[in-house]
Design a protein around this ligand. Structure first.
Ligand code: SAM
Length: 206
């Protein structure tokens, strides 16, 4: 399915009386597409997939890349797979990972692990040399910082880090002021662009 049609369909479905597939607005989904479509035969990691909307955009935008999607919840996995299939994404292109991206949830083991395949504390060694990291998981400040600490070292120099929701009014109090935060310098992230609630950084080449 053509990416523009898929984005129109996913971002309009609530108006048409269907369940929400994509949390991104249409411009944000187009922005995600603009960043991902530059990646050829690469590796992308998404943190936070919910119903799979942004995962579908990533897969369709960069069809020869492998896309890994991590979420702490197993609640929507069946629907996510149905949604991916409906929008024409090959099952071999993506991997759904059930894990706490931050490692800060101490009760994760009891609650989720019995259903999940991945082990708590798994090192995910295969998630290295990432061309793109899309962070849309837990938006609380310490959790966002932890996602940055854990995952940005795995992005290649010149790679993209896209954060969603850090400019919305809803998250102003608990969100991260990305442009001001010294962590971004520390992790060699340079502000590149923004769209709606999404903010794009590039990993500096050294
Ligand atoms: C805003 S939704 C993601 C929406 C999706 N990216 C989209 O655009 O359609 C946030 C997701 O992050 C997940 N999440 C929250 N905390 C997490 C954590 N510590 N590790 C992994 N996923 C987490 C939630 O389960 C939820 O599905």
């Amino acid at each position: 399915m053509y990416i523009n049609l898929a984005i129109d369909d996913m971002t309009d479905c609530v108006k048409r009386g269907y369940d929400r597939v994509c949390v991104q607005t249409k411009p944000e989904a187009m922005f995600l597409n603009k960043v991902a479509c530059k990646i050829m035969n690469g590796k992308i990691l998404e943190i936070g997939r919910k119903m799979g909307g942004s995962l579908i955009v990533l897969c369709l935008s960069s069809p020869d890349s492998r896309v890994y999607s991590m979420d702490i919840s197993t609640a929507h996995i069946k629907r996510v797979k149905q949604n991916l299939k409906y929008y024409g994404v090959r099952a071999s292109q993506y991997k759904l990972i059930t894990a706490d991206s931050t490692g800060l949830h101490t009760n994760f083991k009891k609650k989720v692990l019995r259903k999940a395949k991945e082990k708590v504390g798994a090192k995910f060694v295969y998630l290295d040399k990432l061309d793109m990291l899309f962070v849309d998981g837990d938006h609380r400040r310490e959790f966002v910082i932890q996602d940055l600490i854990r995952w940005t070292p795995r992005v290649i120099p010149g790679g993209s880090i896209l954060l969603h929701d850090y400019y919305s009014d809803k998250y102003k109090l608990e969100g991260v002021d990305v442009e001001a935060n010294s962590k971004f310098k520390q992790y060699k992230l340079q502000y590149a662009d923004r769209c709606g609630r999404s903010c794009l950084f590039t990993k500096v080449k050294h």
